[in-house]
Write a new protein. Structure first.
Length: 189
């Protein structure tokens, strides 16, 4: 008779009913766990933002600075047509600012300072070359000069990020400045 009955290889154990938690608590826990995982991923990827911003504006401005240096007479004449004072001098300054600033931003060395004159050149570009095209806020924020200006201001505030020479130099600079500040405090005291 036992042969005709199907064999059950798993012996039945005690029946345990699962804990019933309120659905809201389960959802809150799930959302909290998901949030923590997303924040962990975001922290690991935080180097991408400043690195891509630096690569983008660095490469663009190395190119534009190089181009201006090799066409100074044309740039001078263009600046003269825009009514920029001392167009020859300002053509040299703009070219040098873009080329040297682009190199510094690209490698992330002195980024917070290097972007300031570059941001100023974008303000001048908007006020001179683009002024006639501004009919409202959407026109202004649509200019690539505006986008570069925003990148520069962000880099000035946030810094170059972890993949930069600034990050490598900072500890040494702090030690050097710390020693100099300690020496000055000793002399003053």
């Amino acid at each position: 008779a036992d042969r005709d009955r199907p064999r059950n290889f798993f012996t039945p154990g005690p029946v345990v009913s699962p804990k019933k938690e309120p659905p809201l608590k389960n959802q809150t826990t799930l959302i909290g766990d998901l949030r923590q995982r997303l924040l962990t991923v975001a922290r690991r990827l935080e180097l991408i933002g400043p690195t891509l911003a630096r690569l983008t504006v660095g490469l663009v401005f190395i190119g534009t600075g190089w181009g201006k240096l090799h066409r100074l007479p044309d740039v001078t004449e263009y600046f003269r047509g825009l009514g920029i004072p001392a167009p020859g001098l300002n053509a040299h300054v703009a070219a040098a600012t873009e080329l040297l600033g682009g190199i510094l931003v690209l490698v992330g060395l002195g980024t917070r300072l290097a972007v300031l004159p570059m941001a100023f050149t974008m303000i001048i570009a908007i006020l001179t070359a683009k002024r006639a095209d501004i009919h409202g806020l959407t026109d202004l924020v649509g200019f690539e000069e505006w986008s570069y200006l925003v990148f520069f201001l962000w880099l000035a505030v946030a810094g170059a990020g972890p993949l930069s020479l600034d990050r490598l130099v900072a500890p040494r600079l702090e030690r050097l400045l710390g020693k100099n500040n300690a020496a000055r405090e000793t002399v003053v005291a």
